[in-house]
Design a protein around this ligand. Structure first.
Ligand SMILES: C[S@@+](CC[C@H](N)C(=O)[O-])C[C@H]1O[C@@H](n2cnc3c(N)ncnc32)[C@H](O)[C@@H]1O
Length: 197
């Protein structure tokens, strides 16, 4: 089932609003692209357990600082349980305990804002991680993907995601593609994917 809609909000706000509706009190979430930690902080506020991935050490440093500034102390005795993982999201299936099902998985693709080096997400590892995400996702869960065609490599990554999403069983997944009302060819696109029960 594929649908499209337009929004006046930022697509990050749309992703957060949508995900919040899917997270139960004891929810488990994954931030597949930690970056500066804005999404990890959002997930920490609404989950009992968060796994966050990034390949850049600076992303883990920035995210840890953002969480600590906002009162998250990484004490294993207190909730939420937060795991900052210095690995690519294409390794998430190995990094998450085998019996855990995930309620919300977020991808915010592209490059680290204000980062010094242009490390971007790559379509092959992104697709590997997206396939693993669907295996890890709870039947009542949600996957969000924010893709940016405006930077070098971003259009190829967006096209690969569109192609992958079109091959999903449309009786098994509800897919919504959300556009900004002020969209240009370079504007980000948000995919929301959830299993149909
Ligand atoms: C747009 S930023 C993420 C923004 C972040 N979610 C936030 O709230 O600040 C994209 C991030 O993806 C990371 N990245 C690139 N390739 C990756 C991979 N294979 N696995 C995990 N993260 C990756 C980059 O290092 C960068 O920090």
């Amino acid at each position: 089932m594929l649908s499209t809609r337009f929004t006046l909000h930022s697509l990050v706000t749309e992703a957060h609003k949508t995900i919040q509706g899917y997270l139960p009190n004891n929810g488990i979430s994954i931030d597949a692209t930690m970056g500066n930690g804005h999404d990890t902080l959002f997930l920490a506020r609404h989950s009992a357990k968060v796994y966050a991935f990034d390949i850049q050490a600076v992303a883990l440093t920035n995210t840890r600082q953002r969480l600590q500034k906002n009162g998250f102390n990484f004490n294993p005795q207190t909730h939420p349980e937060i795991h900052l993982i210095h690995k690519g999201h294409e390794h998430m299936a190995h990094a998450i305990p085998g019996n855990e099902k995930i309620d919300a998985i977020m991808f915010n693709l592209g490059y680290l804002p204000h980062g010094e080096n242009p490390i971007i997400t790559q379509k092959h590892s992104t697709l590997t991680a997206l396939k693993q995400s669907l295996q890890l996702l709870n039947r009542q869960g949600v996957l969000s993907i924010l893709a940016y065609p405006g930077h070098a490599g971003g259009k190829a990554e967006l096209d690969a995601i569109i192609n992958w999403s079109q091959q999903l069983d449309d009786a098994a997944y509800a897919i919504t593609l959300i556009h900004s009302i002020k969209e240009t060819t370079e504007s980000p696109r948000l995919f929301i994917i959830s299993p149909i029960n």
